[in-house]
Design a protein around this ligand. Structure first.
Ligand code: NAD
Length: 476
């Protein structure tokens, strides 16, 4: 039993009623457990963040930047342990766990640099009207609640935590109950760096704890990453108090492959876009749109590539793809395999759970999927790819945009002018041309339509935690 909650600078045991059992998805066995935080402990965490706010706001931006650099450095020093934990609790292959850690480190380093630049943004405004001066002051939004999912826990929390702390906000973070251990590192690092008590608080728990936080009257803002269902509850709670909310939600993203592509290269991009993190990515490119002229060559090669992938336990084998992270997710994906059979979809690869211990499924490809199929329309969150053919560029754009989601897309073409044109026409937050899932801290993250509200990363990620104030003075 671990002591998982970090409240007001101290580690405390959970007083809630839920016992959270932490599993290794590669064998389905539990390896740790903890008691969730009670609603009272959520109150204590929010109160601690409120008490710490005045002091943290008064800490200079450069000093805050130094704390963030400390986070980056300490994450680096704990490299082996944090990679091993992600492999064990998420089922990530080693190279993916390494990339996650590097991403978190880069995020803290990047927002340290932006914090250093913050004082320079407090500038005088040039007014056309005579007789007045005005100046801009960027201030922290205040006490923020951060609720995150389990698929990239270290990264998603870093994307929220680093800009929030850089801005001068104080924070209550609620990790996912599926992966509650990895973010404890952030509390331990805060302790090591002597971050003032209450600036960062971590409460673990399930839906009840998340709801207690998202509906808490003591917050000034909530930033949520997770499913659309819970996102809309979080938004309702924010609406009832008229306070801002950032939502990073689901996706059903397209990868558009034109017939001038190198087939082997295209297959590599398609496979990565649906099997990275076992397809458990909001940004998975799970709808393949392939142009008529290349489809008959590409689809058999894609089938072969998916069937060749080494699927297994990342702790004991060299693998390309690990298990799904939770039993609930495994059951959900298995449910979609059953739906595909009921719908009579044509399966070229996979289409079933693997017959071994742990929560494994085969990388899966369905072809000629009708656009009213549930598998074409709904987010599955597993390595399940659905393919359709298209003729013209206009048809590809129409099919790609025909979704209630709008997170990302990939465009593959040797004709760069066309690729840029298609990228401009896609109704999403991020488009990759001839690459896949390349996320840089300097570019934004977030979606249009049902994929969310607001942007993370880049300067936009910091803006989400800043409030703009102007001071206007009459000279007369
Ligand atoms: P989820 O919505 O079930 O849970 C997310 C978090 O919300 C967890 O911490 C959970 O405990 C908490 N929660 C659950 N019920 C709550 C409630 N009633 N009130 C407040 N909090 C509550 O999502 P998940 O299964 O953990 O993650 C998968 C989903 O996250 C997918 O839909 C995926 O697309 C999305 N996601 C989006 C992004 C993005 O950047 N757009 C990134 C990663 C994941």
């Amino acid at each position: 039993m671990t002591t998982p909650h970090y409240i007001d600078g101290r580690w405390v045991e959970g007083q809630g009623s839920d016992c959270i059992v932490v599993h290794n998805p590669s064998d389905g066995l539990p390896f740790s457990e903890l008691m969730a935080a009670s609603t009272r402990q959520v109150d204590q965490a929010v109160a601690a963040a409120r008490r710490a706010l005045t002091g943290w706001k008064a800490v200079s931006a450069n000093e805050r930047a130094n704390y963030l650099r400390g986070f980056a450095e300490q994450l680096g020093q704990r490299r082996d342990e944090l990679i091993a934990l992600q492999m064990r609790n998420n089922g990530k292959p080693r190279h993916e766990a390494e990339i996650d850690l590097d991403d978190a480190i880069a995020t803290f380093a990047y927002y340290a640099d932006l914090a250093d630049q913050l004082p320079g943004k407090n500038r005088d405004v040039s007014l056309a009207a005579p007789g007045f001066t005005a100046r801009t002051r960027l201030e922290p939004v205040g006490v923020v609640g951060l609720i995150v999912p389990w698929n990239f826990p270290l990264v998603t929390s870093a994307w929220k935590l680093a800009p929030a702390l850089a801005a001068g906000c104080t924070v209550v973070l609620k990790p996912s109950e599926v992966t509650p251990l990895i973010e404890q590192a952030y509390g331990q690092i805060a302790e090591q760096l002597d971050l003032p008590a209450g600036v960062l608080n971590i409460v673990n728990g399930k839906a009840e704890t998340g709801a207690a936080l998202s509906s808490h009257s003591g917050l000034d803002k909530l930033s949520f990453t997770g499913s659309n269902g819970v996102g809309s509850q979080v938004m309702r709670a924010a609406a009832s108090q008229c306070r801002p909310v950032t939502l990073e939600l689901g996706g059903k993203s397209a990868i558009v492959v034109f017939d001038d592509c190198d087939v082997d290269q295209a297959v590599e991009w398609i496979v990565a876009g649906i099997t990275w993190n076992a397809g458990q990515m909001c940004s998975a490119t799970s709808r393949l749109l392939v142009q008529e002229g290349i489809a008959d060559t590409l689809l058999p090669r894609l089938q072969e590539a998916l069937e060749k992938l080494r699927v297994g336990n990342p702790l004991s084998e060299e693998v390309d793809m690990g298990p799904l992270t939770s039993q609930a997710q495994w059951l959900k994906v298995a449910g979609y395999f059953a739906t595909a059979r009921e719908e009579g979809l044509k399966c070229l690869a996979g289409g079933k759970p693997l017959d071994r211990e742990g929560w494994f499924v085969s990388p899966t490809l369905y072809v000629d999927v009708p656009d009213n199929s549930r598998l074409w329309v709904e987010e599955i969150f597993g390595p399940v790819l659905c393919a359709r053919r298209f003729g013209s560029e206009a048809e590809a754009i129409h099919q790609a945009n025909d979704s209630r989601f709008g997170l990302v897309a990939t465009v593959c073409s040797a004709d760069l002018q066309r690729a840029e044109r298609v990228a401009d026409a896609l109704e999403v937050g991020h488009v990759w041309i001839n690459s896949v899932q390349a996320v840089f801290v300097e570019t934004s993250w977030g979606g249009t339509k049902g994929s969310g509200i607001g942007r993370e990363l880049g300067p936009w990620g910091l803006s989400g935690y800043l409030s703009v104030k102007h001071v206007t003075r009459c000279l007369g």
